[in-house]
Design a protein. Sequence first.
Length: 384
Amino acid sequence: MKKIFLVHSILIVSLLLASCAMAATPTVTPTLTPMPAVHVMPPITEVAVTPLPTLTPTAVMTPTRGPTPTPLPEARIFVACESAKVVDVWQGFPARKVGEVKVGEYPHNISASNNGKYVATALRNDGTISVIDAAAIKEIARIPVGTTPHDLAWAPDDSLLYVTHEFQSYFSIIDTKTWKLLKHVDVKFAQHDIAISFDGSELWFTMNHYRGILVLDRETLKVKKEITGFANGSHDLTLIPERDEVFVTSSGFIETSSDANPFVLVFDTKTYKLKDSKPMGFYPFHSVKKFRDGFYLEPNLPTFWLSDRGFGGVIEIDIAERKVITQLKTGKSPFHMSAGPGGLIYVANHDDSTVSVVDTKKRVVVETIKVAKDPHGVVVVPAP
C-alpha cells in the first residue's frame, strides 16, 4: 500500500511542476507587416456623347480598278456574208442585230466612206458594186463595173470609189455623186487589194497572181513603180506613213496548205527598195486600212494587227522591231478586220460565221457575234 501511495504522490507532484513551468513561459505576440495604402479611384465624371448622324443608304458599287471607264460611242457594224448574199448589220457593244440588206452574189470585201455615211461591197460573182445608206440600212445603188470586183477604197474627200478586179487588167473608178462608173483604168495586171497613201497622192495595189506591187499617181493615174517577181507572192499591204514603210503579206490564193506563207516584206515607200523580209505568224492576211475600213483607226501607233488565217486568229506586229508580240485566237479562217471605237477591232471569221471583237488595249477577245453564213469583209462606222 505504501508503495502505491508513494508512486501516486510522485505522479501528482510531477504534474504540478509541469503546470507551473507552462504558466511561467511568456506569451509571444506576432508582429504584423502593415498593408500598403489602397489607391482610391477618383469619381467618374460623365461626358456628354454627341450622337452620330443618321446615314442615308446608297447603292452598292462594284469595285473597279482605276477610274470608271467611259462608255464607248455607239457604232454600227456591217458584215459582207458571201453565201448568205446579205450584208448583216449590228450595232453597239455588246452588239445587237439591227438589220440586213439583201444584195447580190457573193458580197466579198466591204468598205465605208470616210464620212461614215455610205458602205459599199463588191459582189464578186455579179460584177457589180452595192452601195448602202449606213443610216437607213438600205441599198441605194447597184453599179455594174465588170467581172470579179474585189477590193474597194474611197478617195480622201469621198468623191471617188476605187475598185480592184482579180481577173481583169483594169481597175474601176466610180463617181460617188452620181453612183455611176466613171472609167476603167488599164494597168496591164489583174489586181487584188488596194491602199491609198495617207496624203492621198498614191494608189497602191497588190498583184497576187503576178507576185508584185503596182504604185500609181492618184491624180494622173500614171504608173510610178512596178515591182514584180516576189518569191513569196503578194496579198495585202499596210502603209506606215510615220516610217515611210509598207508591209506586204504573201501567199495570195491557197491551192494546198503548202502555199500558205508566213513572210511579210517591208518596202521603203520613197525609194521602193526592199528593206526587210521576215516570217510573222503562220499565214498573215489582212490589216485595218485608212480609206477602207479604218474610220476609227488611231494614228501613230507603234503596232498594227493582222489577221492570221493559218493561226486562226489575229497577231499584233511591233512596227519598229518587225516581229509578232501578241497572238489571239478568234475563229476559223479570219479574213478582213475593221477598227471600232475605244481601240476595238472587229474580225470576220469566215468558216465559223462569226465576228470577233478584240480589245487591242487589253489584248483579249471581248465578244463573239454570230452572223450570217461566210462573212468575208467587215466595216464599222458611227451609229446615226
